[in-house]
Design a protein around this ligand. Structure first.
Ligand code: SAM
Length: 203
């Protein structure tokens, strides 16, 4: 299957509590992916052995279940595992919009939660590594109320599984919770052109 990377390089940016939340979301991620018709090959990269993420993962899964998961866990960096040209870092702060899903790309998602909102953290990381970046086309498809456009990890996997299968953002973005936005944009129906030019009466 197509690889999908989760980047575990944010240990020092999170509290214990935030790491626990991240791991809870990752258990959901693994579950949605496992049940999908066409799952991704998940790669958990930059996972430090016995580091806080790893300890929390082991605590939540029994060691034997953990070993049987269809997830590749590695302390290696994704830039060592995959060609750089293939990598695209997904981040809400990217100036680029992900217009269409590319089956030959390897998308990266930051394994972090955003309680103490740290804007631009994953964008800065991607820039430092000189990787391509993209944000989901949320503004293009959804009516937003004011608020953060950062989605949770379980929302991200459901969107990515859906766009991979259907190629349709209208379907994939139904996994954005509705309280975050105000509905999908209506299909733009162009009003029939009526001739509004005022003409002088002809007598
Ligand atoms: N402030 C954090 C940051 O710097 O990325 C937000 C983390 S967000 C809760 C978790 C991850 O989900 C992000 O690192 C990103 O990979 C992905 N993500 C969330 N919303 C996204 C969006 N609108 N577009 C692209 N990726 C998004």
């Amino acid at each position: 299957g197509q690889p999908l990377v989760f980047d575990f390089s944010y240990e020092s940016n999170m509290s214990r509590r935030e790491i626990e939340n991240t791991v809870s979301q990752l258990l959901e991620v693994e579950g949605w992916n496992r049940r999908a018709i066409d799952p991704f090959h998940l790669h958990f990269c930059n996972l430090q052995p016995d580091g806080p993420y790893h300890q929390e993962l082991i605590k939540r899964y029994s060691a034997e279940v953990w070993d049987r998961l269809l997830v590749t866990n590695t302390e290696r960096h994704y830039v060592e595992l995959f060609p750089k040209e293939q990598l695209v870092y997904l981040t809400a702060d990217s100036p680029n919009v992900l217009h269409s899903f590319d089956h030959s790309k390897i998308y990266i998602i930051g394994a972090l939660v955003d309680r103490s909102i740290q804007p631009g953290l994953s964008l800065a990381n991607a820039k430092r590594l000189k990787l391509a970046t993209a944000r989901l086309p949320l503004d293009e498809f959804l009516h937003w109320e004011i608020g953060a456009k950062n989605l949770t990890l379980d929302q991200m996997i459901r969107i990515m599984l859906s766009i991979k299968m259907t190629g349709k953002w209208e379907e994939a973005l139904t996994f954005v919770p509705e309280r975050k936005h105000d509905g999908l944009h209506q299909q733009q129906t162009k009003p029939l052109r009526t001739n509004t030019t005022t003409r002088g009466f002809t007598s």
